[in-house]
Design a protein around this ligand. Structure first.
Ligand code: ZN
Length: 271
């Protein structure tokens, strides 16, 4: 019996040690802060970070440190990877989740193209497979990969009041995917009612589709009318970049996102 216990302990110890080290590293990184130089650079690259209340700013810095440690960045298409790119993407991605305990557990790689890039998708219909090439600004994959256009990433961060931000959009898909599928229904916050979420989002989505079909002007990007998950991603962009407008037009959507992300950006300075 003692012999088996010893074998068991020998087999389990390396795993336990690995997880303990991983947890300790995570705790250390979350407590870490950016240097004064990095902080100034982040504020210049992502002006929205300057408006954060101090306690959220602290949380952002720790998460940025963890993100930069976890994720591999690769520049493609002749682009040279810079610290600015890493910092800008990490800051925007982490801004989404600073009010929650959510984390991008599965995310491993961010690929960056200089500008809009072509992406091939396959559609299967019986034995027929058709390949389509589409031009994209960003792409989110459920197996831990994000692809971004640097030109649009930088522009999206620089103009933080136009409601368009490709990093918020793609990372909203990552948050959505934490529930097991990217379908516009993310894992809700503790105590958040699924019935309320469903009622609010279904109605808002249907209203939006109708307005877009009529050719009406909409605050929400018409692209949101293509699918529930796209609707979720575009309202997240608005929530952070035009919170007052979203709150005025769609108060219930704003309130649901506020609960989900634990944030109230309409109350931040200058928004
Ligand atoms: Zn999308």
């Amino acid at each position: 019996m003692g012999y088996f216990l010893l074998l068991f302990a020998l087999a389990v110890t390396p795993f336990a040690l690995y997880h303990w080290r991983k947890r300790a590293r995570r705790t250390r990184l979350l407590a870490q802060r950016l240097s004064a130089e990095e902080r100034a650079r982040m504020h210049a690259l992502v002006p929205l970070t300057r408006r954060l209340p101090p306690e959220l700013h602290e949380r952002l810095e720790g998460r940025v440190c963890l993100f930069l440690d976890q994720v591999d960045f690769t520049a493609l298409g002749g682009l040279q990877l810079t610290e600015e790119m890493r910092l800008s993407i990490a800051a925007q991605a982490c801004l989404l989740i600073i009010g929650t305990e959510l984390w991008y557990d599965n995310l491993r790689a961010v690929l960056i193209y200089p500008g809009a890039f072509k992406s091939r998708t396959q559609q299967h219909s019986g034995y027929v497979v058709t390949e389509q090439e589409t031009v994209r600004l960003g792409e989110s994959w459920s197996h831990g990969r994000i692809v971004l256009s640097w030109q649009h990433t930088a522009q999206g961060a620089e103009d933080d009041e136009d409601g368009l931000n490709v990093v918020f959009h793609e990372f909203a898909h990552q948050i959505d995917d934490l529930s097991g599928s990217t379908n516009g229904v993310p894992l809700l916050a503790e105590g958040q009612s699924f019935e309320d979420w469903e009622r609010v989002f279904l109605k808002a989505y249907r209203d939006h589709v109708r307005r877009v079909e009529r050719g009406a002007q909409t605050l929400i990007d018409p692209y949101g009318a293509t699918a529930h998950e796209e609707f979720f991603a575009v309202v997240v962009e608005l929530f952070l970049e035009r919170p007052a407008a979203l709150k005025a037009d769609e108060p219930e959507v704003y309130a649901q996102l506020s609960k989900l992300l634990g944030l109230d950006p309409a109350g931040w300075d200058g928004t």
